[in-house]
Design a protein around this ligand. Sequence first.
Ligand code: ADP
Length: 746
Amino acid sequence: MLAFGVRRETPWPSTGRSISAMTTVMSRIAQVLLPLPLPEAFDYAEPEGMDLKVGELVAVPLGPRQVSGAVVALKDAHGHNRALKSVLARHAEPALPARALEFIDWAARYAVDSPGQPLAIALRGARAPKPRPQKLLRATGLRPARMTPAREKALATADAGSFPPKALAEVAGVSTAVIKSLIQEGALEIELREIPASFPAPDPARPGPKLNPSQAAAVEALRAMLDEGGFQAALIDGVTGSGKTEVYLEAVAAVLAKDPDAQVLVLLPEIALTQAVIARFAERFGAEPGEWHSGVASPNRRRVWEAVATGRCRIVVGARSALFLPFGKLALIVVDEEHDASYKQDEGFIYHARDLAVARAKIEDAAVILASATPSLESLWNAEQGRYRWLRLKARHGQAVLPDIELIDLRQTPPEPGRWLSWPLVQAMGETFARGEQTLLFLNRRGYAPLVLCKACGERLCAPDTQSWLVEHRYSGRLVCHLTGFSMPRPERCPHCGAKDSLASIGPGVERVAEEAAQLFPEARMAVFSSDTVQHPEAARALIEQMQAGEIDILVATQAAAKGHNFPRLTLVGVVDADLSLRGGDLRAGERTYQLLAQVSGRAGRADRPGRALLQTYCPEHPVMQALMAKDRDAFIEAEMAERRAAGLPPFGRLAAVILSGPDAQALEAYARALAASAPNGEGVEVYGPADAPLGLVRGRRRKRFLVRADRTVDLQAFMSTWRARAPKPPGPIRMTVDIDPYNFL
Ligand code: ADP
């Protein structure tokens, strides 16, 4: 559950006085919120003279441990006669701004969770290890006993400035042995210096590209919005390649130019996208923005955190947790690809970053811009209702046109047995290759085969204690559970019946499609882009650059490559299994499939060469496929909206899920019944369940679910917290999780 726990042995470096845990002189009471799943902040005595301020980070005792948290309030201790433990010390890190604290509190209420959970995310940067100080050499003024020309040169260079040892040798043109001997003789000394991160100021006056008329109109509308000031929201709803990024870059420039202290946050759904966006910011403003996501090394994260808190870093490009950074003057948040389901965090502290971005903008009195080629129904609804300014870009920039989308009916033209590409797709790939253009084969499935089955006994191989198939990965030779991370070498014998060589790989993953494409086009240069083959942002950048340089002919990819990228020579997109994401059948299956296929098709034909997208499907008559082929998004959205409205589902109603899990099926069942009995009655609220979760067993824990549906007029959070408060305490090993606005129904 916890993002980080308390480690007794590593208190933060602290300044200020360290004071024994019990004190008798108390002027004020400090309420300290701890980054732990506790229901509220705790009271501590503020030692005389400590002069704390709200937002400051402090060390306090908690039982036998020392824990660090944030001061969220200070009150007069007059008339208070309970003995309190006192604050131990103040940390040197910058304080959390008042609005950041307000946001943490809001986020916890929204998620019906304890405020310590979002605080833990907000403090991640402050807790990251500090960057190592740099070793620099300084001349001490002592002369070595014996002087040589090389030593003269080294000392003269050191007199002129401080250098790291290797650099000093290089600049002075001497060997490192010379430097070493000078250190030994005391003529040079090593100094450890912390180099503060430099975040050069972005220059909003640098010119951007000349905007086309619809981009210029959108920018005009955004400028007017920003001039009005206060909380404002806009949706840039523009087809793939219409130049949404150029449009929001102008809005960022306007914000930076208006106020020299204003800060901007740009959220992206995928780490793989950050490098390209960072490069565009660097080009536009002449300075690299701060980068924030799980792939950034800890010392750098700490640098960004501190620079954001002190206002030195004015632009951050990052993943969803960047929302919790301690911005002091946040003026604009951009949520790019706002429809993307990766914005939903559904483990630990459960939140949707798009929704929280709007909330943070409200708290900060700032503007928020959501951008997408396939906006979520929620955002389209807000735009229709006039809550968001709706800026539409209906055409691609320049000569580029949207690709033609054709459906391949797999009932008519099935691939050969054991193959996954039908002949119309293979033919199109051949033509594309012959023209020296690129193909993207899209299949949202990692690995080689999603199922391994024993032909002798029929067993489907699952992870131990988990109801989830093991996925075969050929590149690594392992069977992997994508849910729990469990993996094992592919066995020679069936683990169930012991039969030898009886295991069959069923169905395709990207590795298998790549194998087939390589057999069909042995001369083509191939690459696979999935989270297994591309594990770091650097690797993603390298692969994207190779693709842009035309060094790859066929790219086989999962959704890691379906989003946001610009590949000028890519003219054919082949979707191997267009029906895949329809199969889950949850309320967003149609919407999600439409978004994914429109996005991936949108990678084709982004420059002056026209593109095509071929979708292999068994249900070409499905409304999603028809809408894609007809390029009629609005009709599809209208039909989806009508269905959701009739069922009272989001955005016309609200949902929450309760997930229970425990090792013992009977105890879980009994608790689920007791929980059901304690549900409050509310008008306009229905509680469904308990039901066995579709994923009924994970890591040896049984799972059950409730689904709550409420009218929009209902305060769903109040309902859920009342229920939580009334519920009998879950017995020991049973865990209960509340998920407001669930996206995952498994
Ligand atoms: P989107 O975010 O809508 O997919 P981008 O902003 O990435 O679109 O633009 C697509 C491509 O078109 C990019 O290569 C971008 O540099 C280029 N582009 C967009 N607008 C302009 C413009 N006004 N002038 C020059 N190039 C542009």
